[in-house]
Design a binder for this molecule. Structure first.
Ligand code: CAA
Ligand code: NAP
Length: 240
């Protein structure tokens, strides 16, 4: 029977490519988004994948949204915690609001996304949890104390979940993309972006599809013994 997958932030950027890749693997896919109705409508028109709108930073909204997805598509077998934001500023200028927004969305958002689906995965003795971390969680980044903290936190989450879920047939893994050509990276001032590209041995930004293929593999039955791992896809910019 076809598996059901939930991709948060699945309407744009890396998440859009992930939603499409999982659909191409034969899964029933639900994609969520936060507020960009226009992008979500155009995504659904182009892919036939239904979108759901909720804020991953809110536990009750996430729980209710996930219940709606399961009522429509059936129990969630694969969950991809992809939704994320940046609020970059050098630490001396970072506001508590910028800190909290990023923690609430990128870190608590992962808890809010995985926690409601976890009991069902344990009962059914199958699950795939995939969290989209970042190269900047591995190496840190100027002006990203908040973001790097959340992305390093993702790695702690998957390593812990892997140990808890292994006997129940659940795997939990992270993908650490390098700089990928999405609106998030295009928001970096052009001069800074050009200097970042200069630090990537591949000489280019990555494509969202290059991350989506990692996710599709981790979601597959073939990846059942890969648990608590991180796949880095960064054009040789950084090695762990
Ligand atoms: N290392 C050391 N110093 C740096 C630096 C760096 N990487 N980047 C900037 N600085 C210094 C500048 O040289 C400058 O120093 P002076 O004042 O002595 O001249 C100072 O910091 C201010 O720099 P800007 O002129 O660029 O100041 P700004 O206020 O306009 O912007 C910034 C500062 C927010 C840090 C901006 O440079 C920026 O957006 N940088 C990119 C941060 C980044 O990589 N974000 C990643 C976003 S994409 C993403 O997060 C996805 C992912 O997971 C990979
Ligand atoms: P993006 O193009 O900005 O897309 C972000 C997606 O997340 C959108 O669908 C957005 O919804 C959704 N979203 C944001 N905040 C949300 C919230 N509070 N609740 C629900 N959905 C929310 O970002 P991206 O570049 O594809 O990044 C996707 C993930 O990869 C993020 O976790 C990011 O940190 C990570 N990552 C990106 C890069 C990169 O270079 N791009 C590198 C490493 C890691 P709306 O459309 O409604 O805004």
């Amino acid at each position: 029977m076809a598996r059901t997958a939930l991709v948060t932030g699945g309407s744009r950027g890396i998440g859009e490519a992930i939603s499409k890749a999982l659909k191409a693997e034969g899964m029933n896919v639900a994609a969520t988004y936060a507020g960009n109705d226009e992008a979500a409508a155009s995504f659904t028109a182009g892919t036939g994948i239904k979108t759901y709108k909720w804020n991953v930073a809110d536990y009750e909204e996430s729980k209710a949204g996930i219940a709606r997805v399961e009522a429509n598509l059936g129990p969630i077998d694969v969950v991809v915690a992809n939704a994320g934001i940046t609020r970059d500023a050098p630490f001396h200028r970072m506001t508590p609001e910028q800190w909290n927004q990023v923690i609430d969305t990128n870190l608590t958002g992962v808890f809010n996304t995985v926690h409601p689906v976890w009991p069902g995965m344990r009962e059914r003795k199958f699950g795939r949890v995939i969290v989209i971390s970042s190269i900047n969680g591995q190496k840190g980044q100027f002006a990203q104390v908040n973001y790097a903290a959340t992305k390093a936190g993702d790695l702690g989450i998957v390593k812990s979940l892997a140990q808890e879920g292994a006997r129940a047939g659940i795997t939990a893994n992270a993908v650490c993309p390098g700089y990928i050509a999405t609106e998030m990276v295009m928001a970096v001032p052009e001069k800074v972006r050009e200097s970042i590209i200069g630090q990537i041995p591949a000489g280019r930004l990555g494509e969202p599809e290059e991350i989506a293929r990692c996710v599709a593999f981790l979601a597959s039955d073939d990846a059942g013994f890969i648990n608590g791992s991180t796949i880095s896809a960064n054009g040789a910019q950084f090695f762990v």
